[in-house]
Design a protein around this ligand. Structure first.
Ligand code: ZN
Length: 106
C-alpha cells in the first residue's frame, strides 16, 4: 500500500512518513504537530498490518493534526484515544462505502 507523501491540513503540509516501524514504539502511528509530521507503521508484532488498519491509523493521525492545529481541543477529556479511534473507524467506513460521495471532492 502507498500513502500520500504529504497531506494538507489547514494551512499546513504534513509530511507522512510511511512505513515507519519502530520496534521500541508500540503505537501504530504518531503525529508531531510542531514539525507537521505524522508517522504510520506498516507492521505490528512483526506482522504486516492490513490496509484497513493502516488507513484507519492515517485518519486517526489526521484527526490528531486537526485537533492540534485548530486549538479547539475537540477530543479533550477522558478516553481521548478511544474516541479518536471510534471517529476514525466511522469516517473510514463512510468514505469507503460511498465512493460517489468522495468523488464530489475531486
Ligand atoms: Zn492517537
Amino acid at each position: 500500500m502507498q500513502l500520500p507523501k504529504s497531506i494538507k491540513i489547514g494551512f499546513h503540509n504534513y509530511e507522512v512518513v510511511f512505513p515507519h516501524d519502530d520496534p521500541q514504539n508500540e503505537y501504530l502511528g504518531d503525529t508531531y504537530a510542531p514539525n507537521n509530521m505524522m508517522r504510520i507503521s506498516e507492521y505490528s508484532n512483526n506482522k504486516k498490518l492490513p490496509d484497513s488498519s493502516i488507513l484507519q491509523t492515517l485518519i486517526h493521525e489526521i484527526l490528531h493534526a486537526i485537533d492540534s492545529k485548530s486549538d479547539l481541543d475537540i477530543f479533550a477529556g477522558d478516553r481521548k484515544e478511544e474516541r479518536l479511534n471510534g471517529l476514525a473507524h466511522w469516517l473510514c467506513m463512510v468514505m469507503s462505502a460511498n465512493k460517489e460521495l468522495m468523488d464530489l471532492f475531486r
